[in-house]
Design a protein around this ligand. Sequence first.
Ligand code: APR
Length: 244
Amino acid sequence: MEQDLSISDYKHLVRPEDYKKIVFFTGAGMSAESGVPTYRGKGGTWEKYNWEKYACQEAFDRNPDKVMDFHEVRRKSVLECSPHAGHEMIANLALKKKSEVRIVTQNIDGMHQRAGSKDVIELHGSLWKLRCPVHGVIEDIGHVFTARKCGKCDNRLRPDIVWFGDSLNREVIEEGVGAIATCDLFISIGTSGVVWPAAGFPEVAKKNGARCIEINPEPSAMSAMYETTIQGTAGKVLPILFVP
Ligand code: APR
């Protein structure tokens, strides 16, 4: 049964030692209070930029530099942002080792890792990786791309990000689904829940009997799937959700 909680209700709602495996499933709303824009809704990236011009293989094939420039702008803006107390709380919970903690994220911004989280499954790739069609993926951090062509061949490098129309990386998805299918606490934070397969994840967690909690200031497409929905922001709710 769905239950909406107000701020006074969710403080210390969860005792980490009650759970063996906790999965935090995060979307763009997780990074919103760090200053990284979400994708949909007012001020969202897809309101400002037409993804057909900046975030699909066809756009890259038409004008690779325009697409790379757009991703450099995103890199610069993400580097101006910092992880918030919610990212830090998740990283610290993993360090305490009361339960196994895994993060499955749709975010490409690397914010969880910057907060110190190690076990992060990036479903949609990373803004900090580039891919050559022949020589595979390389890490590439910094405001600008180190190179736009592969050093071993003459191929163009593209961001290792799942753009519109791209297939998801099957191994990564299997790893994410595997983590969710075996967790006993599933906490979804800041996703609109409209993109598959992520939209089916609460169902996967529920099959294992996991307690499912959603944190989002607005109702999402998946809210009805959760026994508890907390209408609040990641930065305000997460730091006080767990019993210390
Ligand atoms: N805390 C928690 N949630 C928030 C916050 C906040 N501070 N601010 C906004 N939200 C919520 C919004 O209410 C919305 O439900 O975050 C959600 C953001 O939704 P989207 O912009 O659709 O982002 P996301 O669900 O991550 O998008 C999925 O779509 O375009 C693709 O590849 C892109 O990974 C992305 C995927």
